[in-house]
Design a protein around this ligand. Structure first.
Ligand code: SF4
Length: 315
């Protein structure tokens, strides 16, 4: 797999495009994620035509449909920004993005928790930036996160896992999106799906079991919507523990009672929060290799993203 294309708020890459001519360089993004991701930087305010430096703006009015207004002079940039966003999003359709990292709290780029002011100047944190909202409306299945949430280990892992799944989905579509390939795609992601939502696991399984009732493109659209909805749900310790216990069943005839006891102990220690998920996963992978277990060997649950990112190393 080559580098994965990810949209990003330009200031997070260190570009001096902020209202005060500064930037918000994030070294984890550039130095660590940059090894796997190819960036498509976007600064809505500059690309829309505002200068650097510029007067800062804020959201005002109804949190579901706020206005974007300069703080001191009260210039309303809402219509201009929305029009620009519409054109920009058409351009982005061709980029085949697999995710977007937005700058948090920005009235243009934020994707949640942005301050919105009433006309009398009282703030609430219920807003979404104009471009952030337009992007999510246009591409509801593309994974998004902001730089604030990216520094939460659980949310970071969830986002990056979704990016890699979505990249594989794009490759499946490029290959033709055939039903037989969808069945293979689903099979390889089964345990990953189960770790996020047993309910979605069952619904997606039913969808795959009756593929001929749908046109392939309708089936693929329904499948990816449900899949990405499923993966947005956090894979909790409890859900991962269930998956790991399920995995033991594949080795019931191969493991000695001592080995089985050890594996169960490791899973229990993970369940209690003493050790990170990577520990039982490494042990399971050892047995998958040793016993050449074909179904588990293809499960992305055991290899959802590069080991070097150390995303499962937090307890
Ligand atoms: S937050 Fe968005 S609009 Fe503001 S400087 Fe960064 S990229 Fe530009």
């Amino acid at each position: 797999m080559g580098k994965i294309k990810i949209g990003i708020s330009s200031c997070l890459l260190g570009e001096k495009v902020r209202y005060d001519a500064g930037h918000k360089l994030d070294r984890y993004i550039t130095d660590t994620l940059g090894q796997y991701f190819e960036w498509v930087p976007i600064c809505p305010e500059v690309e829309y035509g505002l200068p650097v430096p510029r007067e800062p703006m804020r959201l005002v009015g109804d949190p579901d449909s706020p206005r974007l207004i300069t703080i001191r002079t009260g210039i309303d940039h809402t219509e201009g920004m929305l029009k620009w966003a519409e054109e920009k999003l058409k351009e982005l359709e061709k980029e085949e993005l697999c995710g977007f990292i937005f700058k948090s709290r920005s009235p243009s780029s934020g994707i949640g928790g942005v301050k919105v002011y009433t006309l009398s100047g009282m703030p609430s944190q219920r807003g979404i930036g104009l471009f952030g909202r337009a992007f999510m409306n246009k591409f509801p299945v593309i994974p998004v996160i902001d730089d604030g949430r990216l520094h939460d280990p659980g949310l970071r892992e969830n986002f990056i896992e979704r990016v890699f799944v979505y990249k594989r989905w794009q490759e499946f579509i490029k290959k033709g999106g055939l039903i037989r390939d969808l069945v293979a795609f689903h099979t390889e992601h089964k345990l990953l799906i189960l770790s996020h939502s047993p309910k979605h696991f069952s619904v997606l399984g039913q969808l795959i079991a009756k593929p001929k009732q749908n046109k392939p493109e309708d089936l693929n659209a329904e499948y990816v919507n449900l899949l990405m909805e499923c993966l947005r749900l956090v894979a909790t310790v409890k859900k991962n523990t269930n998956v790991l216990q399920h995995i033991i069943g594949y080795f019931k005839n191969q493991l000695s009672s001592d080995d089985k006891k050890e594996l169960l102990e490791v899973i229990e220690n993970y369940h209690k929060g003493y050790i990170p998920l990577i520990v039982p996963i490494v042990l399971v992978k050892h047995y998958v290799r040793k016993f050449d277990e074909p179904y588990l060997g293809k499960q992305y649950y055991l290899n959802p993203h590069p080991l070097e990112l150390m995303l499962r190393n937090h307890a």
